[in-house]
Design a protein around this ligand. Structure first.
Ligand code: NDP
Length: 337
C-alpha cells in the first residue's frame, strides 16, 4: 500500500484557532469526533493582540486575551483535540459530500467534514507606531477597549459605519473624541453619521490621514502625526487613545474560489445555521460575521458549527468508500461516534 492510500480520513478538520475554532474543537471533541485543528502559526486569533478582556461572560475580573485563548485551547485539548500550529496552504473542498482535503505544503490531510474558522483581520493603516502601540493607546476594537479610555482624548480613524458606531460607544467614556477621515465626505450611512455628530463630545477632522502614532515618555500613545490629504500640510494632534476603524478583511483566501462568499469575501451560510453551499463544509466566527465580531459571538457560532458537523456526520455520513485511493486500497476511516 502506498503512503497516500494509508492516509487517515478524519471526522472533522477545523481550520482556525480563535474563539470560534477552539469552541468548535471543544464540542466536537466532547462528541468523540477527535477533531484535528489547524490553528495557524499565530494561534489564538485576534485575541492574541488584545490585553484585558472584560466582556467575556464568566470572567468577572477580566482576563488577558492571550491567556483566555490559552485556556480555550487547553479545554479543547482535554477532550482529545489534536492541534497543528501552522497555516493551511491550500484546501480542496468536495462539492458532492465526499472527502475534503487540507494541505500543509505537500502534506495532505483528509476529512469527512470541515469547519472553517479563519476569522477576519482589521485593516491597518500601515504607519509607524500603529502595531508597536497596540494595547498602549492604539486599538482596532472600540467595543472591546472603549471602556479603558475614561477621561481620555481619543481619535477614531475612519469614515464608515464602524467608525461612527465605535465613536458613539467610546464617547461615553472619553472626554473628547475626534473622528479623523481622509475625505471631507463620509462613507457612513446618514443615520449613523448624524447620530455620531449629535453627541456633544464628538467632532471631526478632515481630510487628514495619520502618518505616525507617537509614544510619550511612559511608552503609551501621546500624539498622532497627520497629513492633510490634499495640501500635504503636516500637523500633530495630541491624543492618548486612537481607534483605527477602517474596515475588516475576512481571512477566506484559501476557500473563496470554492465556497460561496459575498462581495466582501465573507463566507455565506444558510441563515440560522453554519452550513455553506457545500455539503459537510461549515463556517463560523468572524470569517462569516460582518456585524458582531466579538469573542463571545464567535464562540457561539463555533458551537453551532460543531453541532451542525456532528449532525451531518450522523445523518448524512459521506460515502468515503467512493473515495478510495489509488491502488484500490481503502483509506483508514475514523469511526463516527
Ligand atoms: P467601510 O469600508 O464601510 O469604511 C471604511 C472607512 O475607512 C471609509 O471611510 C474609508 O475611507 C476609510 N479607510 C479605508 N482605508 C483607509 C486608509 N488606509 N486610511 C484612511 N482611511 C481609510 O468599513 P466599515 O467597517 O465602517 O463598515 C463595513 C460594513 O459593515 C459596511 O457595510 C457597514 O455599513 C457595515 N456596518 C454596519 C454597522 C451597523 O449598521 N450598525 C456598524 C458597522 C459596520 P473612504 O470612504 O475614503 O474609502
Amino acid at each position: 500500500m502506498s503512503e497516500d492510500t494509508k492516509k487517515k480520513v478524519e471526522n472533522v478538520i477545523i481550520v482556525g484557532g480563535g474563539p470560534a475554532g477552539y469552541t468548535a474543537a471543544l464540542y466536537t471533541a466532547r462528541a468523540n469526533l477527535e477533531p484535528l485543528v489547524f490553528e495557524g502559526f499565530q494561534w489564538g486569533g485576534q485575541l492574541q493582540n488584545t490585553t484585558d478582556v472584560e466582556n467575556f461572560p464568566g470572567y468577572p475580573d477580566g482576563i488577558m486575551g492571550p491567556e483566555m485563548m490559552s485556556q480555550f485551547r487547553v479545554q479543547a485539548e482535554k477532550f482529545g483535540t489534536r492541534f497543528v500550529t501552522d497555516d493551511v496552504d491550500r484546501v480542496e473542498l468536495s462539492t458532492d459530500g465526499g472527502v475534503h482535503k487540507v494541505f500543509l505544503g505537500d502534506e495532505e490531510h483528509r476529512a469527512k467534514a470541515v469547519v472553517l474558522a479563519m476569522g477576519a483581520e482589521p485593516k491597518r493603516l500601515g504607519v509607524p507606531g500603529e502595531m508597536e502601540l497596540a494595547g498602549r493607546g492604539v486599538s482596532t476594537c472600540g467595543v472591546c477597549d472603549g471602556a479603558f479610555f475614561k477621561g481620555h482624548r481619543v481619535l477614531v480613524i475612519g469614515g464608515g459605519d464602524s467608525a461612527m458606531e465605535d465613536s458613539v460607544f467610546i464617547s461615553k467614556f472619553a472626554d473628547e473624541l475626534t473622528i479623523v477621515n481622509r475625505r471631507d465626505e463620509f462613507r457612513a450611512s446618514k443615520i449613523m453619521y448624524d447620530r455620531a455628530l449629535a453627541v456633544e463630545n464628538i467632532d471631526t477632522l478632515t481630510p487628514y490621514v495619520p502618518t505616525e502614532f507617537v509614544a510619550g515618555e511612559d511608552g503609551k500613545l501621546a500624539k498622532v502625526h497627520m497629513r492633510h490629504a490634499e495640501t500635504g500640510e503636516e500637523i500633530d494632534v495630541e491624543a492618548t487613545g486612537a481607534f483605527v476603524a477602517i474596515g475588516h478583511v475576512p481571512r477566506s483566501e484559501v476557500v473563496k474560489d470554492q465556497v460561496d462568499v459575498d462581495e466582501d469575501g465573507y463566507i455565506k451560510v444558510e441563515p440560522g445555521s453554519t452550513r455553506t453551499n457545500l455539503p459537510g463544509v461549515f463556517a463560523v466566527g468572524d470569517v462569516v460575521d460582518h456585524t458582531y465580531r466579538q469573542a463571545v459571538t464567535a464562540a457561539g457560532t463555533g458551537c453551532m458549527g460543531a453541532l451542525d458537523a456532528e449532525r451531518y456526520l450522523r445523518d448524512a455520513p459521506p460515502a468515503v468508500e467512493a473515495h478510495w485511493f489509488p491502488g484500490g486500497e481503502p483509506a483508514e476511516i475514523a469511526p463516527t461516534a
